[in-house]
Every structure is written in C-alpha cells, then in structure tokens.
Design a protein around this ligand. Structure first.
Ligand code: AMP
Ligand code: ZN
Length: 475
C-alpha cells in the first residue's frame, strides 16, 4: 500500500518512494542538551516516532539517526548570542560537559517513558568535530565560504535556490538598512565555524585550519547525517521552527558540498503552544514530563493526547485536555480488556470473520498512510470496537505497533484492577456463598463445591479457583 507524506521541500503531499527497496534512512534533529526537554519538544519526537512506526508497519526497515547538540547552538538560533551549553554551565555551576551528559541522560529517559523507539544511532556533535571541519574545508575549496572577524561563514548568495524549503524570496536574503549584518556579506549567511573570543577561554573549543573555535550549529547535522546515511538519504524531520533557518542552511551547505540533495523528503511537526504562547525553556511555560507526572498524569496519556491532533496542526495545551485524555485512555484500556475477554482471537476457519478483520486492518493502514492520520486511525478503532465482532484482540495489538500505547500490558492491568474492585464490593449474598464454598472445599466436599459454583454462575459470575480460594468476576 502506498504511503503519502507532506513534503515541505515541494510544499505538497507526495507518495513516498524510498531510495532502496524496503529500507528507509531517517534523520531527526535531536535535542540541545543544556536543559530538560519541554513537552513541546517532546511533541516533535512523538510525531517522528509515529512516522517511524508507520514505516515499520508497512514493512520498511529503518536506519534512524539522531544527533545530540552539545555545542554550537547559540541563544538566538543564528550566529550571535551565547552558546546554550555555556549558558547551562553558568546556570548550574557545572562544566558544559557535565551539563551535556546529564541532560542527554534525562532526554533518553523522557523518550523511553513516552514509548518512543530509540534511534539506531545517536551521535554527539562534539564527537564529530573532524567530520565538520572536513565539510567546511570542502565548502571553502568550492568557493562557498569566507572569513569575517568572528568566524568562517557560508555565502548564501552563491546558491540560486537558497531558501527553497521555506519559500524565502530573494529580497529576504540581502542585508537591508534595518538589519544588522556585521561583517557578513548577506543577512542569511551563517557561521560554519566560530572563533573563540580573544580574551576568553571557552570550555568547548578545538583547533582548526582557521583558528581555535567551535562549529556552527547547522554544520553538525549536515556532517553527521551524511556520514551515517549517505547523501541523499530518504527522510529528514524536525519541528517547524527549523524550516527557515536550521534546515534551510543544512540543505544549502550539503548541496553546495556534494551537488546532490541532502534528503528527498522533509517532514515538519507543528508546535505545541500553551495559552496561545510559544513554549520556551525559560519562564512559566516551561513544562517538562516530570511536571506532568508530579500532577498525577501518565506519560502515555500525554502520548494519547498528541495522537488526537494531526502533526501538521498546532496543539494548544491545557490541563483539562490532558485530564480528558487520561480518562479517555483508561476507558479505552477498559474497553480493550473486555474485548480481550470476549474475543481473544478470531477463529481462522471462519471466512466471514477473517474477511471483516482483513478489511478493518486495510482501513487502518489507509488512514495512517494518509500523511500520518492518527486521529482518523484512532476514530476508526473506536468505531470498530463498537461494532460487534469487527476485530479481535490480535488486530488491536497489531494497531498498537503504530499507536505505541502498550495496550497488551495496560489492558491486563485494568482487567486485574476491575476484578479486584469487583471483589472488594461483592454483594453480601455472593460473599456468603464464597465463604461457604471455601469451607466445603477445605473439607474436600467437591459435590457441594460444584453446587455452589453453579449458584455463583447463575448470579452472573465467572468462578476461578486460586491458591487464595474462590475468586469471582462479573461476566
Ligand atoms: P531543541 O532542543 O531546542 O533543539 O528542540 C528540539 C526539537 O523540538 C526541535 O525539532 C524543535 O523544532 C522542536 N520544538 C521546539 N519547540 C517546540 C514546540 N513548542 N512544539 C513542538 N516542537 C518544538
Ligand atoms: Zn539538525
């Protein structure tokens, strides 16, 4: 079945065609590890996880690379401002290296808790300085780089199609009267290598053919993506804020160096906002996964909330919406646990049932392959659950490979909890029969025990003999 994706590069939905049969090379921009990830950042990683799971569902083998930005990302996302890592180091009185290590570990915990499948390759910018210097040298040799007083810059005017990803127009590119260009030739030119300040020793700096310093932010992704996936590779992802600067510049430098596209498909996730405002790593809007957990929410409830909106639409986060998602998810698990009890698996020799199941699975695939229509797929699943015998538990587990809601274990937990609840609130006459039955069983009076079992069943209970005695659950 074909998969359709919105490709930012061509500003339209396109059928996905991989470079190699059944294989996908995927690069997703990773975290800048100077602080915890906020739940907005995490929305982007959940969207990328859905993409990955959908590709897997369609039989593709994925090679997924994610970078860890542990140097070079400046506070204004451009060429000026402080280095975010040095800022984190000052804030916490630790070295930049310690900060990077701590927040990388925290990030990995976050994604595990959201049931995000980990990348196959994690790569740190600081482990790939050699590759970045090599790429800059190549750009210099080809005439795309020039020196200013504070670094080596990429000359964006040398590319006729610079800005194609964001549809930037030419007039946006040149330095104008109102914009501070400094030593740069064009406003959109960006740093490939920044020199360390003359009178100050940075914590993270390296020797290079141009002087001591550190790489610019964009060059790390170009260098590492190409190293692990080749060029071109299939899909590159990130949040929408990366379209006009970070990804635009990755494309510029990689294409200038290798005369080939960097990636064939570019997918971008919309923002999570809060009270109409951007979520930022400072201020009241900085919500981490831990804050959600402290308020009693499960991390999978957050995942469930995210899948109710298409990745190309903004989500306005609210506690009410998260609460509704948490309740909705619990009810969903309950419904599924009933399905498990009622209809664990279809009888494979029943052609009519097998046909309904097949159709349901095809419809689900059609939804997810339509530019990751998770809300549609979820709605379909809810409808199927309401339709008698449309699907069995086996199909639900198959769908969960995409949803990632850990249905098998959670439906079981809910089921056990429901049984415990029922056990705790049994009517008196049922309690009495259970006590009586346990007593006759201890005297090995099996005939009487069977009689009492029948009585319980007639009251609508399923009876189970356990090492703790008679257990009942409502049919
Ligand atoms: P950073 O750690 O700042 O480099 O960001 C990590 C990822 O989160 C990037 O792909 C960003 O595009 C994305 N991102 C940043 N803010 C938000 C937000 N409010 N909602 C969704 N994604 C975001
Ligand atoms: Zn990147």
């Amino acid at each position: 079945m074909s998969i359709y994706l919105y490709n930012t590069l061509h500003h339209r939905i396109e059928e996905f065609k991989p470079l190699k049969k059944n294989k996908v090379g995927l690069y997703t921009c990773g975290p800048t590890v100077y602080n915890f990830a906020h739940i907005g950042n995490l929305r982007t990683y959940v969207f990328e996880d859905f993409l990955k799971r959908i590709l897997r569902y369609n039989g593709y083998k994925i090679k997924h690379v994610m970078n860890i930005t542990d140097v070079g990302h400046l506070t204004d996302d451009g060429n000026s401002g402080e280095d975010k890592m040095e800022k984190g180091s000052l804030r916490e009185g630790k070295t930049a290296w310690e900060i990077a290590e701590f927040y990388t570990r925290e990030f990995r915990k976050d994604i595990e808790e959201l049931n995000i499948i980990a990348p196959d390759i994690w790569c740190r910018a600081t482990d790939h300085i050699k590759e970045q210097i090599h790429l800059i040298k190549k750009l210099q040799k080809r005439g795309y780089a020039y020196a200013t007083s504070d670094g080596i810059y990429f000359d964006t005017s040398k590319l006729s199609d610079y800005g194609k990803l964001a549809n930037l127009q030419n007039q946006d590119l040149r330095g104008g009267a109102r914009v501070e260009v400094g030593d740069k030739k064009n406003i959109t030119d960006f740093a490939l290598w920044k020199f360390s300040p003359k009178l100050q020793k940075r914590q993270m700096e390296w020797e290079s053919p141009w002087g001591t310093g550190f790489p610019g932010w964009h060059i790390e992704c170009s260098a590492m993506a190409t190293k692990y996936l080749g060029q071109p590779f299939d899909i590159h992802c990130g949040g929408i804020d990366h379209i006009p600067v970070h990804h635009t510049n990755e494309i510029a430098q990689s294409e200038a160096a290798y005369d080939a596209p960097l990636a064939n498909y570019w997918l971008h996730g919309e923002f999570l906002i809060i009270a109409g405002d951007k979520m930022a790593k400072s201020g009241d809007n900085f919500l981490t996964l831990q804050v959600l957990k402290d308020k009693g929410f499960s991390t999978l409830a957050y995942r469930y909330l995210l899948m109710q909106t298409n990745y190309r639409k903004q989500i306005n986060f609210s506690w009410e919406a998260l609460k509704a998602a948490q309740t909705g998810l619990q009810n969903f698990y309950k419904e599924l646990s009933h399905l498990k009890e009622r209809l664990p698996n279809f009888d494979k020799s029943n052609p009519a049932q097998m046909e309904t199941k097949k159709q349901a699975e095809e419809e689900f695939a059609k939804k997810i392959n339509d530019d990751l229509d998770l809300p549609g797929a979820l709605a379909l699943l809810h409808t199927l659950l309401k339709t008698k015998d449309a699907i069995d538990f086996d199909t639900v587990l198959k769908f969960d490979k995409v949803l990632g809601l850990k249905i098998a274990e959670n439906a079981k937990i809910v089921n056990e909890k429901m049984t415990a609840d029922e056990q705790a609130t049994l009517p008196d006459h049922i309690e009495r029969i259970i006590i009586m039955r346990d007593a006759v069983r201890s005297q090995k009076d099996w005939a009487k025990s069977d009689q009492l079992r029948l009585q319980l069943e007639n009251f609508g209970y399923k009876v189970e003999d356990t090492k703790d005695g008679t257990k009942v659950s409502k049919n």
